[in-house]
Design a protein around this ligand. Sequence first.
Ligand code: AMP
Length: 707
Amino acid sequence: MAEAQTEARELTEADAAAELADLRAQIERANEAYHRQDAPEISDAEYDALKARAMALEEAFPALATPESPTRQVGAAPAEGFAKIRHRVRMYSLANAFDDAEVADFVRSVRAFLGLAEEAPLAFTAEPKIDGLSLSLRYEHGRLVQAATRGDGQEGENVTANALTVDDIPKRLEGAPEVLEVRGEVYMTHADFAALNARQEARGDKTFANPRNAAAGSLRQLDASITAARPLRFFAYAWGEVSKPLADTQLASIQRLKALGFQTNPLTARCATVPEMLDHYAAVEQQRATLDYDIDGVVYKVDDLALQGRLGYRSTTPRWAIAHKFPAETAWTRLEAIDIQVGRTGALSPVARLTPVTVGGVVVSNATLHNEDYIAGRDAKGQPIREGHDIRVGDWVQVYRAGDVIPKIAGVDLKNRPQDSEPYQFPTHCPACGSEAIREEGDAVRRCTGGLICPAQAVEKLKHFVSRAAFDIEGLGAKQVEALYADGWIREPADIFDLEANYGSGPRQLKNREGWGDKSAKNLFQAIEDKREIELNRVIFALGIRHIGESAAQLLARHYGTWEAFRAAVHEAEDRESAAWAELIDIDGIGAVMAESLVTAFAQERERASIDRLAERLTITDVAAPSAEGSPVAGKTLVFTGTLERMSRAEAKARAEALGARVSGSVSARTDLVIAGPGAGSKAKKAAELGIETIDEDAWLRLIGQG
Ligand code: AMP
C-alpha cells in the first residue's frame, strides 16, 4: 500500500485535504462498525493503514489536522499516563446537607452572608446530583479543543481524545461565546452498564462494581478506542471560563447550554422557598427508582448569578450551592475483627473488618469505628449512643454509606450476639511500635507516644507528604513509599530529595529494584526535581502537623508570605507571652488549637531538625496573593469594625481575602487599614492612636472598585 501512495509532502494542500476527507470517512465508517455495532468490516491491518496514511497527511499539512479527526480519537492517547491540564477556573466540590434542617441552615447562611432580610426574595435551582464523574469541556470558536477531568480541582487529566468519542458531547457549537468551558457529568445508564458487564464477563474481563466506576474506568482509558466502545453519556450543568456570560441566572444558563446542543437534566426546577426546594427533592427522590441512571441527591444553587458572584467560594466548595444527599443505603453483616490503624499523628483508629456485603452496589468489607468510646457505646460527652450498646467482635452490625465517605456502622443486633462474646478491650500500646498509647483529657482519641520512632507514624507522614494536595510527586505513591521506607531508603521527607544522589548510581540503585526500571527510575528522579521548587502553602500542609489542613496552611502561607518569616514566627511563638504568639492566634481562621499544635511540632527537636533538613533541600516560593494582580489591598492587613451597611461582615471579609488581603480581628501596629462602620468603638480608637488609616464602607467599596 505504502509504495502506491504519493509521498504526503509531494501533494498540494488541496489534494491532501481531499484525500484526508476520504480517509476520515472510511475510518469513521470502520469505527462505527467496530465499536458501535461490534461488527468489523475491514481487517485490523487495513484499518491501521488508513490511519497511518491520514496521520502522515496531517503531519505534512498541520493546518488540516483538527482535534476531531479520527486519528486523534483512537489510540492517539499519550504513551504514559495522561497529560495534566491546569483548570483556568477551578473545579469545585459541593458541600453536603443530609436533612431538611441542614438545607434550611444553608439558605439561612446564604441570606446572612448577603445581608438579605427573611422576606427578601431568593430563588434557587434544584436538580439531580448525577452520580458520575465531572468533566470540563473547552470550546474555542465553537470547536471542542480540550476535555479535562476534575482531578484535584486545580489540575485534571487531559482526556480530549476520549471525550471526542462520546456522542452526547458536541464537537462543534453554533453561536457559542468565543471561549466557553462547559462542565457536567459523564455517566452510564443502567441498561448500558448491565450490557457492558455482560460483555466483560463473556470475555473474561473484569466487571465493574457500579455505573459510576464503569463510567470513570471508561473515560480514563489511555487508549481512546476503548472509551469509544463504551456507551458514555454527558449532562451539562455548569461552566468554567466564558468569554461572555451565557445568561444572568443559573436556569437561563442551563437553557442556553441546551440550546447549544448539550443534554441537560429534565428534572431541573426553580424554587422560590425552602418548602419548594424540599418538595422538589421529594419528587426527585420518588422518581429515582425509575430513572435509568444513578443519582445520589439534589443540588440546590442560588439562581441569580450576580449573587453567586458575591457569595464566591470556600477553599473547595462554592458558598452558593449545596448537595442534599439521599439517605444512605444500609446492609447487615458480621463484624469479624477489629484492627487498629496508626495514623500520621499517632491516632489509633479502630477499623471494623466485616464479612463482605453489598451496600448500594458497592462491596464493603471495612468500616470505621471512630474511637474507643464509640465502640463502647458512648459519644464524646459520655452520653449513650445506640442506647448504650457496645460493639463486639462477632456481632451482627448494620453498615451504611453516605456519599463517598468510608462506610460506618449504624447499629448492632443484640439478639444475634454470640453468647460467649466479650466487650472489646482497646489497646493501651501502639500496635506498630509498642510505645504507650495515651488519651489526653478531652481527646476522644488515643495516641501513640512513639513520635518519629513509630514506623507507622513515619510512613503515614511520608504518604501524606507525597499526596496530591501536598508534594504530589508523580510515581511516588503510598505503595512506593511503604516499600522504600521498609528498606530504609526514605525515612523522612528530606530523604526523598536525596534519593537520586544516594540511589541513582552505585551498588544499590533504584532502577534495579523490583518494580522499577531505567525509565521509571529516571522519571521519578525528574518528578522529584520538578517539586524541589514549591509553594509555601504546600510545604506547610505537607508537614502533616495535626490540625493544620489545606486551608489552615493557605492562611498561614498568606499571612507570613515566606518560609523564613513563617519558620521564625513559629519559633518565637513558643513563648506564649510573645507578640509572635499573639499574632499567630490572631490570624483569622487559625485558632488556639491549631497554633498550639503547630508550635508544639516545631518545638520538638527531632521534628524541627527533620523539617529544617527538608527546607534546606527546597526552594520554597513565596505566596502570591490570589487574584491580587492590580488589587489595591493585596498583602495588606485589614480590620473591619462597626456595622457594615452594604454587605454582611462575612461577605466583606470574603471579598477582601479574594483580593489578596488578610483580615484580622484586632488592630495592632501591623494593621494597614481599618474599615469602620457606624458604631465602631475601641478598635477605631486604637487605630487613631496608632495612626492607622481608617475609612468608611463607601470609601472601601470605591477602593476595591465596587463603589
Ligand atoms: P462531591 O464530589 O461529592 O463533593 O460532589 C461534587 C460533584 O458533584 C461535582 O464535582 C460534580 O461532579 C457532581 N455533580 C453531579 N451532578 C451535579 C449537578 N447537578 N450540579 C453540580 N455538581 C454535580
